[in-house]
Design a protein around this ligand. Structure first.
Ligand SMILES: Nc1ncnc2c1ncn2[C@@H]1O[C@H](COP(=O)(O)OP(=O)(O)O)[C@@H](O)[C@H]1O
Ligand SMILES: [Mg+2]
Length: 369
């Protein structure tokens, strides 16, 4: 099982210094609101590529009243990972070290894969398409780390295209070049999403029946649907290129790009009722979301392409009754990756028994309980 066995923080959020020695079991953090439980999960999430669980900027992560620099170091399956922000007063830069050697953030993906569920995701089925797309893309990134750079390339090209269209007078050769870059990145995005949707659906279907209902997932984007139907990268690229070219006049009138993978929505059907997830009750939506995240972690655990996932579950236990909590912990133990859970009270984690280590968090300190 992939597990953190050591976590050290310096000037991270509300932690001046913190040192946690872990024995490889699951980790339960309890303590009052504002103690620093979510900050700890956020610190773990910084050990992977990407911006972590709150999508914060690197500067936001520095402890107020400290100098602006922060570090997180951890031992994961006997490898030492360090990430941080270094600053010399005028400029600052992200640093990544693996076993003491300077490394790239993208190298982290080979050592650690992280999936999380936070209260901020609760409204995802009821929110707008962009919330669901972001939620799904986060799962895609956990499976395919290069998805993030494809998305960034797509966004950059799209901004250039929008700026060009806004000027009203378009040089066709220039537009062609930008649209080619957009279509290349867009096809990569679509192929990644289709791949992960299939893996995720298979993992959902393979989950035990029980308290966390299953969902049926689909993506409404044409490029993703073509990828799901087995069309190859080149065909999807050509279709996207053509759609951008023929859509220029329409997009010029609208002042932005109206079609493409940046508009894709994830549809989720609550299988027990056959209803769209957004119409399910709040409790049903929460349970469905837990099931999806467990499936995402299970898909990572069995894809053979990297370490088993670390699962961060912020405040997930509080809303479950005792039987559901016990079922959740049993499923976590079967997954093969270390889970980190938070809650305000220690009793929430009783059903873990001796399968988890517990820490009481208070004012930026954590004590083993
Ligand atoms: N950059 C920062 N520097 C110092 N304290 C911070 C920083 N960011 C957040 N905090 C503090 O951390 C606390 C919240 O921690 P959090 O982990 O969200 O609590 P909880 O235990 O409820 O999950 C708040 O008191 C907040 O003011
Ligand atoms: Mg919290």
């Amino acid at each position: 099982m992939t597990a953190l066995t050591r976590l050290r923080l310096k000037d991270f959020r509300n932690y001046e210094t913190l040192s946690l020695d872990l024995d490889g079991r699951h980790v339960c953090l309890f303590g009052p609101n504002g103690a620093g439980k979510t900050n700890l999960l956020e610190a773990v999430s910084q050990l992977g590529p990407g911006r972590g669980l709150r999508s914060a900027t690197l500067a936001d992560l520095a402890r107020h009243d400290a100098g602006g620099a922060w570090t997180i170091s951890a031992t994961v399956d006997d490898r030492r990972i360090g990430v941080g922000l270094e600053t010399d007063g005028t400029s600052s830069k992200r640093v990544v070290r693996i076993d003491g050697a300077p490394s790239q953030a993208s190298d982290l993906a080979e050592l650690i894969r992280i999936v999380w569920l936070t209260p901020a995701m609760d409204g995802v089925f009821r929110g707008g398409a962009s919330d669901r797309r972001r939620f799904f893309d986060r799962q895609v990134m956990a499976h395919i780390p290069s998805h993030g750079t494809a998305a960034a390339r797509y966004e950059r090209a799209m901004r250039e295209r929008n700026a060009l269209l806004e000027r009203g007078h378009v040089d066709p050769a220039w537009a062609d070049a930008i649209e080619t870059r957009m279509a290349e990145a867009g096809a990569e995005i679509a192929v990644n999403r289709a791949h992960v949707l299939e893996a995720l659906q298979a993992a959902v279907d393979a989950r035990p029946e029980g308290f966390f209902p299953k969902g049926d997932l689909s993506l409404d984007g044409e490029a993703e649907q073509a990828a799901m139907a087995g069309e190859d990268f080149k065909t999807i690229f050509e279709t996207l290129t053509e759609a951008l070219r023929t859509g220029r006049r329409r997009d010029m009138a609208a002042g932005r790009t109206l079609s493409g993978p940046h508009r894709t929505d994830l549809a989720v059907i609550h299988r027990p009722t056959g209803m769209p997830a957004g119409d399910a009750s709040t409790g049903q939506q929460k349970a469905l979301l837990i099931g999806l995240i467990l499936a995402s972690a299970a898909a990572l655990a069995k894809d053979g392409e990297g370490p088993s996932p670390i699962l961060l579950l912020d405040e997930a236990a509080a809303h479950l009754d005792a039987d559901r909590r016990a079922a959740l912990f049993d499923e976590l133990c079967a997954l093969g990756g270390q889970a980190w859970l938070t809650g305000t009270e220690a009793f929430l984690f009783e059903a873990f028994g001796d399968r988890a280590q517990r820490f009481e968090v208070r004012d930026g300190e954590a004590k083993e309980a």
